[in-house]
Design a protein around this ligand. Structure first.
Ligand SMILES: [Zn+2]
Length: 151
């Protein structure tokens, strides 16, 4: 059994899509990033890599590599899950937090859960997803934290 933790943050800027957990959430701002800037998938990917003792997302997908520009973050997570599979491990449970002041993520909860369930090959009831605001402390950022259990 292995446990991993990851976290991520991106600045929000106008003219970018807002990707959360593999879902494009309607928003007038999105994450400034080399990839699609999906903070939740980045935190999850780092959590899986951390559980495996295999470094972090930046080691596997350098953000100065042209091949990673605009890349779907689901590919990063899929890569980490493949590394787990090679070690006869699979994600059994996820606990994750997204911190974002606006837009409110509640309306997107079901879509995000469904997408995460699909990406992780995990029943939705094994995915704990908490949405928080920063209470105005970080209104221009999206942040995510994730803990994973692999077995
Ligand atoms: Zn990121």
């Amino acid at each position: 059994m292995r446990i991993g933790y990851g976290e991520d943050a991106h600045r929000l800027v106008e003219g970018r899509p807002l990707w959360i957990g593999g879902v494009a959430v309607p928003s007038d701002r999105g994450a400034e990033a080399h990839s699609d800037g999906d903070a939740l998938l980045h935190a999850l990917t780092d959590a899986v890599l951390s559980a495996l003792g295999l470094g972090d997302i930046g080691m596997h997908f350098p953000n100065d590599a042209a091949v990673n520009r605009g890349r779907a973050s689901s590919e990063f997570l899929s890569h980490a899950l493949e590394l787990a599979r090679e070690r006869d491990l699979a994600v059994r449970q996820v606990s994750a937090v997204v911190i974002l002041d606006r837009p409110k993520l509640g309306p997107a909860r079901e879509a995000i859960l469904a997408r995460l369930s699909d990406l992780l090959g995990l029943s939705p009831d094994m995915i704990g997803l908490t949405f928080k605001t920063s209470e105005g402390l970080a209104p221009d950022h999206v942040q995510a934290r994730a803990m994973v259990w692999l077995d």
